[in-house]
Design a binder for this molecule. Sequence first.
Ligand SMILES: [Zn+2]
Length: 322
Amino acid sequence: MEAGIHRLQIPTPFAVGRVNCYLIEDRPLTLVDTGPNSGKSLDELERQLSALGRSLEEIELVVLTHQHIDHLGLVEIISSRSGAEVAAIDVVVPFLENFGDDVELEDQFAASLMLRHGIPEDVVTALRSVSRSFRAWGARAKVTRPLHDAEELRLHDRALEVQHRPGHSPSDTLFWDSERRILLCADHLIAHISSNPLISRPLDGSKERPRALMMYLESLRRTRELPAQIVLPGHGEPIVDHRALIDERFALHRRRADRILGLISEHPRTAYEIAQELWGNVAVTQAFLTLSEVLGHLDLLIDDGRARETQDGDLVRFGGLE
Ligand SMILES: [Zn+2]
């Protein structure tokens, strides 16, 4: 593929389908993301590496793009078999090194958020057990090479600028090759689906609900500025016109915010009621995702002075201000 970068499409057990990992033929031999922790993914990774004349043992550096398990689950196996260094953005290091304990805290954070926003208790309980069972596809990682925003990750033949661009997750990290104008962007921008600005427990331990969508849109604005020729995402096909795609995403979020404003202008509603109006009764596994979407757009409306949040006992409702 581009400039010694090969896309490896590794299967996942999740609805999103395969995840893209990238092998960068350089010194050190670098793998960007690993795929989830499963025998099937490992087999596939080894098979695709060997089709390129490489083996897992030869990998010298694993670079992680963010904290989601479909991207990092095999990191422990790869680093222990190859002795590879593991690089990740500094803010996510404690999360990766305490994986398991921190995921439990993450689940507690999500559960109390869901209850406060009107999601029924049985759905919350079901979702927690789903999330527990998903945890096995992740892994603890010892990060030997913490990365810092705006630093240069130097390989022999190229320099990658590290760009911390939170939104889809608090640890989203992009890698920008300004010379070749190639951007590795993981789930920050995906051609065939709009990335979810998932609400996540703040990595700094603060209790406040992060405004994930606002953060995400700000990150997208910065990415839009880059004169990228090709953008290599974490799922699906490479993106050649990232500015047009980002503009589509901006329009989508504006439309969705307007629709939500219409709903809460009729009468105040909980975020869960809004999600039901928009998408009906979604699968249990989608409940947190749709809640994140709704809250993200409510944050935009509140920030614009078009909506307000009111506390009613343990429940939060939102009303329009127009
Ligand atoms: Zn992700």
